[in-house]
Design a protein around this ligand. Structure first.
Ligand code: ZN
Length: 458
């Protein structure tokens, strides 16, 4: 099946067709770096990574950008609260974003542009909008004039009641949005000089100009969280499309929220779960699998029970993988059979990870049955290694090298031997006591047709 993606422009799944043959350009709105990100933010960032990996699986070369928003009201508030500097705050949280991304196996992006590095281009861009009569200046603020751009409203009906920003500033139309914000007293020394006076660019202009500069204003896929669809993506695309006369992106993909008790998880609501402590406590693979386990367009509620289920799934895959010689798994050539194709088809059906995981686990059960009745042949073994590699090329939650290098400590092996003896004597009580002891030393023991199998707990 060819790759199909749900495009927010048409509200339909569409066959994906890139602008150029094998090269795909994507942009995702990145973090505003003013405090530690929560797990909900990372649902979006892991979704970008999923898209990137599925594009690669389909043979595309990707050029990806996820920006760093390092100019924003929230950052300035934080600088004031902490009596710190813009650079100090933003560097700290940009580093934190990158460290967590690395830990969650998010592939590095080709570009992580910072808004502060494009301010000259932003000023030039806003000036062009004014000259072309798409923007106007009042009291040092510059606004986009939505009446001047009849295509405004690709994501919403603008006759509906829309969310209004910066309404305290005088502007012609309530829905006109800010391109340049005049300096306020509370901005302190955070400002740039422009022909309209001291101030700074607005968020929507930041993304638009970074895309214009890095990708000449033309993307294959633009993605973001669903809450960015309006007004951010509407405004981001309106200003750039008004200037260039063609669209900014052919596909717009939006990921749903991660909820906490049926409410969107957010810093402002104070109901967020800190991603760093989750990773420390549960391991990055468990957190990554949790974020990928539901389809990206479904609302998901955070729960520790779900994290626990993901942990068990990983342990199950690891126990399964230990039945095979994983020495050269990275060098295996990916030749696909029908079961592999079902997995690929699920991912190509608008990145349906939930279904793909289901396909993978039914394959595991099938092979486990063959292991149990000793009917596993060489072709099954080869198919399994290919599937493990294919699965990990997307989900990336199994460390094959580490699986092999784990040596059983003598203490644990002695307990396993005693348990073997107890089981031979049908002493089930002793067998259970020994299992508990093994568990308390951090190992899980499973009874299989081939005897006891050990796996180190996460
Ligand atoms: Zn953006």
């Amino acid at each position: 099946m060819n790759l199909k993606l749900y495009n927010s422009l048409s509200s339909k799944k569409e066959n994906f067709r890139p602008l150029s043959n094998k090269r795909v350009k994507t942009y995702g709105c990145g973090p505003t770096v003013y405090n530690d990100p929560h797990i909900g933010n990372f649902r979006t960032f892991v979704f970008y990574d999923l898209l990137n990996r599925v594009l690669k699986m389909n043979g595309y070369n990707t050029v990806t950008a996820v920006n760093i928003t390092d100019i924003d009201d929230k950052i300035i508030d934080r600088v004031n609260q902490e009596n710190s500097s813009l650079k100090e705050i933003t560097s700290k949280y940009e580093l934190s974003f990158k460290e967590i991304s690395h830990s969650l196996k998010i592939l590095p992006n080709n570009h992580n542009p910072r808004a502060t590095e494009y301010v000259d281009e932003m000023i030039e861009f806003i000036q062009t909008l004014i000259e072309k009569n798409f923007a106007y200046e009042i009291d040092g603020n510059v606004f986009f004039d939505i009446e001047s751009y009849p295509k405004y409203g690709k994501f919403v009906n603008i006759d509906d009641e829309l969310q209004v920003e910066d309404n305290e500033l005088s502007k012609k139309n309530v829905n006109d949005f800010t391109l340049w914000k005049a300096k306020k007293d509370s901005d302190g020394n955070i400002f740039w000089n422009s022909q309209w006076g001291k101030g700074r660019p607005g968020w929507h202009t930041e993304c638009a100009v970074m895309i214009k500069t890095l990708f000449k204003g033309q993307l294959d896929i633009h993605c973001g969280g669903i809450d960015l669809k309006f007004p951010h993506h509407e405004n981001e695309s309106a200003q750039i499309e008004a200037i260039q006369g063609h669209n900014l992106s052919n596909y717009w993909l939006h990921a749903e929220h991660l909820n906490m008790d049926d409410e969107k998880m957010s810093k402002s609501l104070g109901n967020f779960v800190d991603v760093n402590s989750l990773i420390k406590k549960h391991g990055s693979s468990v957190v990554r699998l949790f974020l990928l386990s539901a389809h990206y367009r479904t609302k998901v509620s955070f729960s520790y029970k779900k994290l626990d289920e993901c942990k068990k799934m990983i342990e199950k895959i690891e126990r399964f993988a230990q039945n095979f010689d994983l020495h050269d798994i990275e060098n295996i050539e990916l030749k696909f059979s029908s079961q592999h194709h079902s997995f690929i088809n699920s991912l190509n059906d608008d990145l349906n990870t939930a279904e793909a995981i289901g396909v993978f686990f039914s394959f595991l059960s099938e092979i486990n049955k063959k292991i149990a009745n000793n009917s596993l042949n060489d072709s099954d073994k080869e198919k399994t290694l290919i599937f493990l590699k294919l699965f990990n090329s997307i989900f990336d939650i199994i460390d094959f090298d580490n699986l092999e290098s784990k040596e059983t400590p003598v203490e644990v092996q002695d307990l396993v031997n005693s348990r073997q003896e107890a089981r031979k004597n049908l002493d089930w009580k002793m067998s259970d006591i020994l299992r508990d002891k093994i568990e308390s030393l951090g190992w899980h023991v499973e009874d299989t047709a081939d005897g006891q199998k050990l796996i180190q707990k996460k």
